[in-house]
Ligand binder design. Structure first.
Ligand code: CA
Length: 230
């Protein structure tokens, strides 16, 4: 999952980025409204953390422009504690949730998890697909109850596929959602990670759909999909 942080306070921006990266997300950052607007308009983020009080272009205007242009990613706004009007304007502009400053980083992380899973149509922080269970809160994975140790890249890949179970995900989409903009992107590495992930999970749940990408389905559904229709 790839997230954009738009916050002009340098310290706070850094803290948000490092907390989100530690939680397993690929993160891009912007320090003013214009830069933030441009990135959110051109890159496919899974969610955005957007400060309302920004130089060059304020957060409400940025959000209105994104929504006006049809950008649908979940947006968590950061508001000043005593500015109730920020929250009202923010929600009216298309915000999905807010956190008032000062805040605890844990709250931002919890709200982000909720936004991401709701956007993908899941109700709880545990994502389940057949024998695989991914706990987005603890960033842990178990298969048939046994913990599986994954690298951060493998975890990101599995988390993205688990958020989109039953849908074919292209290599390009994976590259765009697993890496931040500074990462040296090479879609061949995706194949390597998928191979390692298959081996570590030990169950055949990630299908390669030729020419299209990857499809994660529970083993039963995969079995059915392979059977010719009668
Ligand atoms: Ca600010």
């Amino acid at each position: 999952m790839r997230i954009l942080v738009v916050e002009d306070d340098r310290d706070l921006n850094r803290q948000l980025v490092s907390a989100l990266e530690d939680a397993g997300y690929a993160v891009d950052r912007a320090f003013d409204g214009e830069e933030g607007h441009f990135l959110g308009d051109t890159e496919p983020y899974d969610a955005v953390v957007l400060d309302i009080g920004l130089p060059k272009k304020d957060g409400v205007a940025v959000l209105e422009e994104w929504r006006g242009a049809g950008r649908k990613m979940p947006v968590l706004i950061l508001t000043a504690r005593d500015r109730w009007s920020d929250k009202v304007q923010g929600f009216d502009a298309g915000a999905d949730d807010y956190v008032a400053k000062p805040f605890h980083m844990e709250e931002v992380l919890a709200r982000m998890r909720a936004l991401l899973r709701r956007a993908a149509g899941h109700a709880t922080s545990d994502l389940v697909c057949g024998p695989v269970r991914l706990d987005t809160k603890a960033s842990r994975v178990v298969v048939d109850g046994n913990p599986v140790k994954l690298t951060s890249h493998e975890y990101r890949l599995l988390a993205y596929l688990m958020h989109h179970v039953g849908r074919v995900v292209s290599r390009t989409e994976l590259v765009e959602h697993l890496y931040d903009q500074d990462f040296d992107r090479d879609s061949n590495t995706i194949e390597v990670f998928v191979g390692r992930l298959r081996k570590k999970l030990g169950v055949d749940m990630i299908q390669t759909v030729r020419g299209l990408g990857y499809l994660m389905t529970p083993p039963d559904a995969a079995e059915l999909a392979r059977k010719p229709a009668r």
